[in-house]
Design a protein around this ligand. Structure first.
Ligand code: FES
Ligand SMILES: [Fe+2]
Length: 374
């Protein structure tokens, strides 16, 4: 974000605080069955998670030739590799013979991947390079046509983006129009993974996204953790196409009224949360970034990967691990509320978003538009 935007965001939040007002829009509702219906879940998998570019790995997870990472996207197993020339590829993690999952390890370094069923063997470029008794068993087939199923993939802003849709017309440039300069400024390619956690929660993925983009709950849910350090029910947000940037000010931001403008730094006095549609969130803190990746498993079940990205130089791992644990404690408070909501959602008719929960309404407008379009 440029300096002018940074100052404008601080001005906006200080003015709201001075007038004792939240960032207000119209109140809205969202149908509760969007959080519970298996049909709706399938539609979201098809229209969002199997169509759009999804952040599947941080580039530091593929540090050298032969590095590979496994990930699930849109309910399907994905393999991301770095070949001998350094190029990054994404494939369906499935053998072309009868579909066995080719790689079981979550990550590692290999130039050849051998199927655990009948040992068809693939290079990190996806090419089929060996298959026992192939000529005898498959005389009508050509190995050159039997490489791993390749998926569109691009490296941008420090992440490997994978799309399951071969005819996805969206290039990453179009998809990130408007928010690219914000993401570039985060210097994500230069960061490293300092800590990572994976959890499964019995909550709809949208509820878990929503939990991060309003400050209405801070002083209630997080009263024993971060709540007292943040302004009560004060946040602002902007949309950039389907994506969003929410700013959640700390109480310390109020001290800036006494300080010279050229000393104002947003990250010193606020958490910035980027929601990269549909389901990655970047929680930008003073000196590090937490990447929250949501992988929907069912209408009422989601896998979450929470990764602390830290600068390559500076603090040691123990420092970042402590930070990560504090983040996890706070996020667990949100996820527990998400499970609580899920327990009653089948008996509800609507979710209500108040005037200061406009970011939730906007997020769901985007989801609904994309899922419902032909
Ligand atoms: S399914 Fe992989 S070699 Fe047969
Ligand atoms: Fe929260």
């Amino acid at each position: 974000m440029d300096r002018q935007t940074e100052l404008a965001l601080i001005d906006e939040l200080l003015a709201l605080k001075a007038s004792m007002s939240a960032f207000l829009e119209d109140s809205t509702t969202n149908p509760a069955d969007h959080y519970a219906s298996p049909g709706r879940f399938e539609a979201e998998q098809t229209k969002l998670f199997r169509q759009l570019p999804i952040a599947a790995a941080h580039i530091s997870e593929l540090p050298k030739e032969g590095s590979f990472v496994r990930q699930d996207v849109g309910g399907l197993p994905i393999l991301i590799t770095r070949d001998k020339s350094g190029a990054v590829h994404a494939f369906l993690n499935a053998c072309r013979h009868r579909g066995t999952r080719l790689v079981e390890e979550m990550s590692g370094c290999k130039h050849r991947f051998s199927c655990p069923y009948h040992a068809w063997t693939y290079a990190s470029t996806g090419e089929l390079i060996g298959a026992p008794h192939f000529d005898e068993g498959f005389p009508h087939l050509d190995k050159a046509d039997l490489g791993l199923q390749r998926l569109p993939c691009a490296v941008q802003f420090g992440f490997v983006w994978v799309s399951l849709s071969k005819d996805n017309a969206l290039t990453n440039d179009q998809w990130f129009e408007g928010i690219a300069d914000n993401l570039d400024a985060l210097d994500l390619p230069k960061m490293r993974i300092a800590a990572k956690d994976k959890v499964i929660r019995h909550a709809n993925w949208k509820t878990l996204v929503e939990g991060g983009i309003e400050a209405y709950h801070f002083r209630v849910v997080h009263r024993k953790t971060i709540g007292p350090h943040f302004e009560n029910n004060l946040s602002s947000y902007r949309s950039f196409g389907p994506h969003m940037r929410a700013v959640l000010p700390r109480t310390s931001m109020a001290t800036l009224t006494e300080a010279a403008r050229d000393t104002w730094h947003l990250r010193d006095h606020a958490n910035i949360l980027y929601t990269l549609f549909p389901s990655s969130q970047l929680l930008v803190m003073q000196d590090h970034i937490v990447w929250i990746r949501l992988n929907p498993l069912a209408a009422d079940k989601s896998a979450l990967q929470i990764t602390t990205l830290a600068p390559t130089h500076g603090e040691q791992d123990a420092h970042w691990k402590r930070n990560h644990d504090i983040t996890m404690t706070t996020l667990d408070e949100d996820f527990t509320i998400g499970e609580s909501i899920q327990s009653s959602v089948a008996g509800q008719s609507t979710m209500m978003f108040g005037r200061f929960e406009g970011a939730l309404a906007q997020f769901n407008r985007t989801v609904n538009q994309m899922v419902e379009q032909e």
